[in-house]
Design a protein around this ligand. Structure first.
Ligand code: AMP
Length: 504
């Protein structure tokens, strides 16, 4: 089902990594993906455009990247471990990915098996023809669906939750590919922003809660879909609009068709996209992510002021909030930490020891500036606490007199099941410790987090609407907007809908 590293889609499964092949579903990285998706339809050199788009979305996943193209009769695929630039900068690879339609995917995975067979877009030859899918988000019932599909004879080739989508489409009793796809999506629970490539067109859809972002753009006569607006900017496409939660777009030679096949729900986009995950030069609707982060900093300054000589961001993720804090407090903003641009995001490196090492490689204290000074240190979030401990220690060793840590989000107390890799609760510092023991653990002179209401105020709301929150903030509140069938295990296996004929 999943294509080989190079060449025509649908080849033998292959791995240049010599990875261990596991048969246990989701035993490692399958349930923890934070990804970027990008698709182009009706564009000359579609795969080159997709490669550029993926490059702009590299922050969403750095471990593997893939592109599948369609030339009108055949699909072509290239998937590889590593960054987009290292894999798609060779003209011969782009040349092989021919056609004016393509989709691509950036993937992050954690420890254990990082096999090529999990690298997206996944591809299958279905009765209706080729079907490639790129998925951002995470399904909270994938294991349950997989068990049921396996019981009925489906043979899985990867450990990625995304593969259940392919099997649901393949086994649906509906007639047309579109109906089969809709039937499949109706059985998914959790977060799914999908870009799919089929002979019938590019299909893009977002789960009814709109947990992960997905936007629509125009490039000449062609269409683009992307996880974030920054990817439209980078390829020179114009922003058309966000794809609405629960909307399904079909883009083909007949143009663009918008369907709303899923039961509507009040949207709950992920609030952590605003805090950390999205690039600051992206827009979420009318809101610039950069502006939101500055407002977060201003809220933090109002909630947790402190006498200090300078505001210092943990670069780059803390920078916009630190600017907001500095402007609101009147304390000068300074680059007290210098970041090497040749090391990836600390967090996006598997393994605790490497993660520790990564912090040292990535940041260095600007000793001449901070010696003898009282610092307000701003980071966007504290997850395991690894970064904060190292950075505070580094600033003290470089002579800082006081280090006051201000965190531009509430304490992360709960795991995410929707595609942000916040680890199991036992590894979340704020799930284990209250604020004062956390301060001691981190070694800061004072510690304060933004309140959940402050976070919503930064988004332009009066506070968190407890009865009807506008975002998914489960990592901070534990208020999960969907059932967590796999986690809770108590739900009966869903009855796969096998209704032949038209659309349900
Ligand atoms: P930690 O060191 O485990 O406390 O992680 C916090 C640091 O990782 C912060 O500096 C964030 O910028 C970054 N971070 C937080 N959440 C994530 C995530 N889901 N993926 C990647 N990086 C993250």
């Amino acid at each position: 089902m999943q294509a080989a590293n190079d060449g025509k889609a649908g080849g033998e499964p292959g791995s240049s990594m010599g990875a261990r092949i596991s048969t246990h579903p989701f035993d490692d990285d399958g349930l923890r993906e934070e990804c970027g998706v990008f698709g182009a339809w009706g564009c000359a050199d579609a795969s080159a455009i997709v490669a550029l788009g993926l490059h702009a979305l590299q922050h969403r996943g750095q471990e593997a990247a893939g592109i599948v193209s369609f030339d009108g009769s055949e699909f072509h695929a290239h998937r590889a471990m590593g960054h987009v630039a290292g894999n798609f900068d060779r003209p011969e690879i782009i040349a092989k990915l021919s056609g004016d339609a393509a989709i691509g995917h950036n993937r992050y995975s954690t420890t254990g098996e990082t096999a090529l067979r999990n690298v997206q877009p996944l591809f299958a030859d279905l009765a209706s023809g080729g079907f490639a899918v790129a998925h951002n988000g995470n399904l909270s019932n994938a294991m349950t669906l997989r068990r049921e599909l396996t019981r009925r004879g489906s043979i899985f080739q990867s450990t990625s939750d995304t593969e259940v989508i392919i099997h649901l489409v393949a086994t649906s009793e509906y007639r047309t590919l579109l109906d089969r796809f809709i039937d499949a999506c109706k059985q998914l629970e959790g977060a799914w922003s999908l870009a799919c490539l089929t002979p019938e067109g590019l299909i893009a859809t977002r789960d009814p809660l709109g947990v992960r972002p997905l936007v629509l753009g125009r490039l000449g006569q062609g269409w683009i879909v992307a996880s974030e607006t920054v990817a439209l900017d980078v390829v020179g496409a114009s922003f058309v609009r966000a794809i609405a939660p629960g909307e399904l777009l079909v883009i083909n030679a007949s143009g663009l068709t918008s369907l709303t096949p899923f039961a509507p729900r009040a949207p709950r986009p992920c609030i952590f996209e605003q805090v950390y995950f999205s690039r600051p030069d992206s827009f979420d609707g009318q809101l610039s992510v950069y502006e939101v982060r500055k407002r977060i900093g201003a809220e933090l300054a109002a909630e947790s002021p402190v006498a200090a000589d300078m505001v210092v961001p943990v670069p780059d993720s803390g920078t916009p909030a630190a600017i907001g804090y500095a402007q609101a407090s009147g304390i000068p903003f300074e680059l007290g930490i210098i970041r090497s641009h040749y090391v990836g995001r600390t967090f996006i490196q598997p393994g605790d020891s490497i993660r520790h090492l990564g912090v040292k490689l990535k940041h260095n204290a600007n000793r001449g500036l901070i010696e003898g000074k009282r610092l307000v240190l701003i980071d966007d979030s504290v997850v395991r606490g690894t970064t904060s401990v190292k950075i505070v220690q580094m600033l003290r060793e470089a002579g800082a007199r006081e280090v006051h840590l201000r965190v531009a989000s509430p304490p992360t107390r709960h795991s995410c099941y929707y595609g942000v890799d916040t680890p199991e609760r036992s590894k979340l510092l704020a799930a284990q410790l209250d604020e004062e023991p956390m301060r001691q653990f981190i070694g800061a002179d004072s510690l304060a987090f933004l309140s959940i209401d402050g976070l919503y105020r930064a988004l332009g709301e009066p506070g968190r609407n407890r009865a009807a929150p506008t975002h998914c903030d489960a990592c901070f509140t534990g208020d999960y907007p969907t059932r967590l069938t796999d986690r809770d295990g108590a739900e009966p296996a869903p009855q796969l809908q096998l209704v032949p004929g038209g659309r349900a």
